[in-house]
Design a protein around this ligand. Structure first.
Ligand code: SAM
Length: 239
């Protein structure tokens, strides 16, 4: 899959306007000379990637995602129950949100993003598809605004590596999860140099596992049934 063009990333300076604390001195994070697709901000040894802007909606909705990312297979492997509350964090255009919605007819899907334009697009599709159990929620770069202790499953597809405040975001996600609730990451495999994605937009199992341990999430499993992505599962301890 081709990496997305540079013009559809959100300039780091624009993110700083959304949250002035981005440029503040934070002990969790260090800085370096930004790489080509990086922000120059380093968390637990990895440089954070640039955020994809809402101009990328058509790229997120491209047809060839089906063959590359096998979204139907992802859905099958989530093990959702009809009443589950699911949060699609970094939902973008809602590509995965609307696949999740029919799987939780008695539950709901909360699509969270920091770009209102993305959520407007999701709202438009919600009307078209009459997906009454989809809600949109505008988060900040540090806070999902999820209701506390209610979410059974958080899904993050191609998103976590570009969160400018991964530690704060994960703490907010952990707060939103019900005890025993799961977090599933779909990320391009960073261990495999043949995966045709820019390095900062891939992640290794080792790196994600370290970052989740830092917020108290338990590793459950990694399933490599997807062509070029990891399917990684973590759980909030039940008590
Ligand atoms: C590459 S897109 C992926 C969208 C979607 N998950 C998909 O696979 O089609 C990443 C999305 O994450 C969003 N994002 C970045 N930082 C975020 C944060 N801190 N909280 C919520 N969303 C965020 C961006 O606005 C963007 O829409």
């Amino acid at each position: 899959m081709p990496a997305f063009p540079r013009r559809i990333v959100l300039p780091f300076a624009a993110l700083a306007l959304i949250a002035p604390s981005l440029l503040a001195d934070e002990t969790l994070y260090t800085s370096k000379e930004p790489s080509r697709d990086g922000t120059g901000k380093v968390y637990m040894g990895r440089e954070i990637a640039q955020t994809v802007s809402s101009h990328a909606i058509s790229w997120l909705e491209r047809r060839d995602r089906e063959a590359e990312e096998r979204p139907a297979l992802v859905m099958e492997n989530l093990g959702l129950k009809p009443g589950d509350v699911v949060a699609d964090i970094g939902a973008g255009s809602g590509y995965f949100t609307f696949l999740l919605a029919p799987l939780v007819p008695q539950g709901r899907v909360i699509a969270v993003d920091i770009q209102q334009e993305m959520l407007d697009f999701v709202e438009g599709r919600k009307k078209l598809k009459q997906a009454a159990n989809v809600e949109t929620l505008l988060g900040t770069i540090e806070d999902t605004h999820l209701p506390e202790g209610e979410v059974d499953l958080v899904l993050m597809v191609d998103a976590y590596h570009e969160f400018s405040h991964p530690r704060e975001m994960m703490e907010s996600i952990v707060k939103g999860l019900a005890p025993g609730g799961r977090v599933v990451f779909i990320e391009y495999r960073g261990e495999d140099p043949k995966v045709p994605i820019k390095p900062l937009h891939k992640m290794t199992v080792k790196q994600i596992t370290r970052e989740m341990a830092a917020v108290g999430l338990e590793f459950v499993e990694v399933r490599d049934f997807l062509p070029i992505q990891h399917f990684l599962v973590f759980r909030k301890p039940a008590s």
